[in-house]
Design a protein around this ligand. Structure first.
Ligand SMILES: Cc1cc2nc3c(=O)[nH]c(=O)nc-3n(C[C@H](O)[C@H](O)[C@H](O)COP(=O)(O)O)c2cc1C
Length: 195
């Protein structure tokens, strides 16, 4: 058995889905690349993002109380990385994409992303230089080409179709692999066969 080595305070949660955090800043769409986000619950539908307090995007989130999370495909890798190295203070990142708005009216979303979440901030708090935005998902927008019919109902297609960009703390981007099982089901075999 290998030794397990203490390796310091590294939040090595992996993999991380890359998202483009959208907000209207001074009435114009802006996007920042964000890896530090979490799913906080399915019902109610909650997410939390952690964004450096100096980011231009935060100005819009605080102003409107809304933001979007857009999940780019691997074909959007270069533009997604660009949104993470250039600030909206220097470049018009909203002009990179076709934007649309949902019911909330102030959370810009990217049409080319298969899934966009329109979010309303419930709580904002800071830890050191990090601003956390805990939000409810007001509405998820899904590209109709990424909806499939199952048991007479529309469902969101599997991740191989959504083709997300994954990121890890080795600073590499990855593509998704193949599904290997079903949630809440794999345990059945384990329970049957466990000694
Ligand atoms: C792969 C990647 C992941 C990033 N993740 C985060 C993050 O989770 N939180 C954060 O505050 N900044 C993150 N950044 C940095 C911001 O996206 C970057 O500073 C951006 O230019 C801010 O844009 P803005 O000033 O227009 O808001 C990331 C950048 C990259 C390339």
């Amino acid at each position: 058995m290998n030794m397990k080595i203490p390796f310091g305070k590294i939040p090595y949660v992996y993999p991380i889905p890359i998202t483009l955090l959208g907000a209207n800043v001074n009435g114009k769409p802006n996007y920042a690349t964000i890896g530090d986000l979490g799913l906080m619950g399915i019902n109610p539908a909650l997410v939390c993002v952690s964004s450096h307090r100096d980011h231009y995007t935060n100005v819009g989130i605080l102003e409107n109380g809304t933001f979007s999370l857009n999940f780019p495909t691997t074909a959007m890798l270069a533009a997604s990385d660009y949104c993470g190295v250039v600030s909206g203070r220097e470049a018009d990142k909203g002009a990179l994409f076709e934007n649309f708005y949902g019911e909330l009216g102030t959370a810009p979303m990217i049409r080319a992303c298969p899934v966009s979440l329109e979010c309303r901030v419930l709580q904002e708090f800071s830890v050191q230089h990090r601003q956390m935005f805990l939000a409810e998902v007001h509405c998820a927008y899904v590209d109709e080409a990424c909806l499939v019919e199952k048991d007479g109902k529309k469902q969101i297609a599997d991740l191989t179709r959504l083709d997300p960009i994954l990121y890890a703390l080795d600073n590499r981007y990855y593509a998704i692999g193949q599904p290997i099982g079903m949630g809440y089901s794999e345990a059945k075999k384990f329970i049957r066969e466990k000694p």
